[in-house]
Design a protein around this ligand. Structure first.
Ligand SMILES: [Zn+2]
Length: 159
Protein backbone atom coordinates (compact mmCIF):
# COMPACT_ATOMS: atom_id res chain seq x y z
CA UNK A 1 0.00 0.00 0.00
CA UNK A 2 1.24 3.44 -0.88
CA UNK A 3 1.74 6.09 1.74
CA UNK A 4 -0.87 8.83 1.62
CA UNK A 5 1.89 11.37 2.20
CA UNK A 6 3.86 10.29 -0.84
CA UNK A 7 3.63 12.53 -3.89
CA UNK A 8 2.01 10.51 -6.66
CA UNK A 9 1.35 13.30 -9.14
CA UNK A 10 2.98 16.68 -9.71
CA UNK A 11 0.28 19.11 -10.80
CA UNK A 12 2.90 21.74 -11.68
CA UNK A 13 3.87 19.54 -14.63
CA UNK A 14 0.38 18.71 -15.86
CA UNK A 15 0.13 20.25 -19.32
CA UNK A 16 -3.67 20.20 -19.42
CA UNK A 17 -6.57 18.77 -17.46
CA UNK A 18 -5.33 20.03 -14.10
CA UNK A 19 -8.79 19.25 -12.70
CA UNK A 20 -8.15 15.53 -13.20
CA UNK A 21 -4.74 15.80 -11.51
CA UNK A 22 -6.37 17.66 -8.61
CA UNK A 23 -8.92 14.84 -8.24
CA UNK A 24 -6.16 12.22 -8.34
CA UNK A 25 -4.30 14.15 -5.64
CA UNK A 26 -7.43 14.40 -3.49
CA UNK A 27 -8.19 10.68 -3.98
CA UNK A 28 -4.58 9.88 -2.91
CA UNK A 29 -4.43 7.18 -5.56
CA UNK A 30 -1.67 6.49 -8.03
CA UNK A 31 -3.20 6.99 -11.48
CA UNK A 32 -1.05 4.22 -12.98
CA UNK A 33 -1.51 1.55 -10.32
CA UNK A 34 -4.08 -1.08 -11.12
CA UNK A 35 -5.43 -2.87 -8.08
CA UNK A 36 -5.92 -6.40 -9.38
CA UNK A 37 -7.27 -7.47 -5.97
CA UNK A 38 -10.37 -5.42 -6.78
CA UNK A 39 -10.66 -7.15 -10.15
CA UNK A 40 -9.67 -3.97 -11.92
CA UNK A 41 -8.06 -4.58 -15.26
CA UNK A 42 -7.63 -1.01 -16.37
CA UNK A 43 -6.42 2.29 -15.03
CA UNK A 44 -8.81 4.28 -12.87
CA UNK A 45 -8.30 7.65 -14.54
CA UNK A 46 -6.71 6.79 -17.85
CA UNK A 47 -9.50 5.87 -20.25
CA UNK A 48 -7.60 4.82 -23.37
CA UNK A 49 -7.49 1.06 -23.89
CA UNK A 50 -4.32 -0.96 -23.47
CA UNK A 51 -2.62 -1.81 -26.75
CA UNK A 52 -0.18 -4.25 -25.16
CA UNK A 53 -0.57 -6.20 -21.90
CA UNK A 54 2.96 -7.32 -21.14
CA UNK A 55 4.30 -9.04 -18.05
CA UNK A 56 6.12 -5.88 -16.94
CA UNK A 57 4.50 -3.15 -19.03
CA UNK A 58 1.12 -1.98 -20.20
CA UNK A 59 1.17 0.13 -23.33
CA UNK A 60 -1.58 2.56 -24.12
CA UNK A 61 -2.07 5.76 -26.06
CA UNK A 62 -1.55 9.00 -24.17
CA UNK A 63 -4.80 10.72 -23.13
CA UNK A 64 -3.33 14.05 -24.15
CA UNK A 65 -0.81 13.44 -26.96
CA UNK A 66 2.07 15.90 -27.32
CA UNK A 67 1.19 18.52 -29.92
CA UNK A 68 2.34 17.53 -33.38
CA UNK A 69 2.74 13.81 -32.75
CA UNK A 70 1.34 11.23 -35.12
CA UNK A 71 1.77 8.57 -32.42
CA UNK A 72 2.12 8.99 -28.68
CA UNK A 73 2.30 5.70 -26.80
CA UNK A 74 2.75 5.44 -23.08
CA UNK A 75 4.59 2.54 -21.45
CA UNK A 76 3.45 2.09 -17.86
CA UNK A 77 5.42 -0.27 -15.61
CA UNK A 78 2.91 -2.70 -14.08
CA UNK A 79 4.37 -2.56 -10.60
CA UNK A 80 4.61 0.78 -8.84
CA UNK A 81 8.28 1.74 -9.02
CA UNK A 82 9.75 5.19 -9.44
CA UNK A 83 13.40 4.82 -10.39
CA UNK A 84 15.29 3.29 -13.29
CA UNK A 85 17.44 1.26 -10.88
CA UNK A 86 14.33 -0.58 -9.65
CA UNK A 87 13.75 -2.00 -13.14
CA UNK A 88 14.44 -5.69 -13.57
CA UNK A 89 16.56 -6.71 -16.58
CA UNK A 90 13.60 -8.81 -17.81
CA UNK A 91 11.49 -5.62 -17.95
CA UNK A 92 14.10 -4.02 -20.25
CA UNK A 93 14.12 -7.11 -22.46
CA UNK A 94 10.33 -6.92 -22.71
CA UNK A 95 10.55 -3.21 -23.50
CA UNK A 96 12.69 -3.93 -26.56
CA UNK A 97 10.31 -6.65 -27.67
CA UNK A 98 7.24 -4.40 -27.30
CA UNK A 99 8.88 -1.58 -29.25
CA UNK A 100 9.67 -4.00 -32.07
CA UNK A 101 6.00 -5.07 -32.11
CA UNK A 102 4.79 -1.46 -32.19
CA UNK A 103 7.22 -0.60 -34.99
CA UNK A 104 5.80 -3.46 -37.02
CA UNK A 105 2.11 -3.00 -36.12
CA UNK A 106 2.08 0.74 -36.86
CA UNK A 107 4.76 0.68 -39.60
CA UNK A 108 6.87 3.18 -37.67
CA UNK A 109 9.93 4.42 -39.59
CA UNK A 110 11.42 5.93 -36.42
CA UNK A 111 10.58 6.88 -32.86
CA UNK A 112 11.65 8.84 -29.81
CA UNK A 113 11.65 7.19 -26.42
CA UNK A 114 11.57 9.34 -23.28
CA UNK A 115 11.81 7.68 -19.88
CA UNK A 116 11.86 10.02 -16.91
CA UNK A 117 12.53 8.61 -13.46
CA UNK A 118 12.96 9.83 -9.93
CA UNK A 119 12.10 13.22 -8.49
CA UNK A 120 9.59 14.92 -10.82
CA UNK A 121 10.90 18.33 -9.71
CA UNK A 122 13.99 17.53 -11.81
CA UNK A 123 12.39 15.65 -14.71
CA UNK A 124 9.21 17.58 -15.35
CA UNK A 125 7.14 14.42 -15.01
CA UNK A 126 3.55 14.68 -13.84
CA UNK A 127 3.18 11.13 -12.48
CA UNK A 128 5.86 9.50 -10.30
CA UNK A 129 4.90 5.90 -11.17
CA UNK A 130 7.54 4.82 -13.72
CA UNK A 131 6.29 5.29 -17.26
CA UNK A 132 7.77 6.26 -20.60
CA UNK A 133 6.69 8.09 -23.71
CA UNK A 134 7.22 6.72 -27.19
CA UNK A 135 6.40 9.37 -29.76
CA UNK A 136 6.73 10.10 -33.43
CA UNK A 137 6.14 13.31 -35.35
CA UNK A 138 6.48 13.72 -39.10
CA UNK A 139 9.43 13.70 -41.48
CA UNK A 140 11.37 16.95 -41.93
CA UNK A 141 10.66 18.69 -45.19
CA UNK A 142 11.64 22.08 -46.62
CA UNK A 143 8.26 23.38 -45.50
CA UNK A 144 8.28 21.69 -42.12
CA UNK A 145 11.11 22.69 -39.78
CA UNK A 146 9.00 22.85 -36.64
CA UNK A 147 10.68 20.76 -33.94
CA UNK A 148 8.65 18.34 -31.86
CA UNK A 149 9.55 19.23 -28.29
CA UNK A 150 9.58 16.89 -25.31
CA UNK A 151 9.93 18.23 -21.80
CA UNK A 152 12.91 16.76 -20.00
CA UNK A 153 13.27 18.93 -16.93
CA UNK A 154 14.96 22.24 -16.26
CA UNK A 155 18.14 23.92 -17.49
CA UNK A 156 20.94 24.84 -15.16
CA UNK A 157 21.02 28.63 -14.71
CA UNK A 158 23.23 30.56 -17.11
CA UNK A 159 23.31 27.88 -19.84
ZN1 LIG B 1 1.55 3.50 -9.11
Amino acid sequence: MLSAMKQLVNIAHARNNKKLYKKIQEDKVCPFCVDFSKKRTSFQYHTKPAIVHGTHWVVTENLDPYKGTTHHFMFVHRKHIESFSQLKPKALTELVSIIKKLEKKFSLPAGVFLLRFGDTNYTGGSVTHLHAHFVLGVKKTKKNNDPLLLFAGYKKAGK
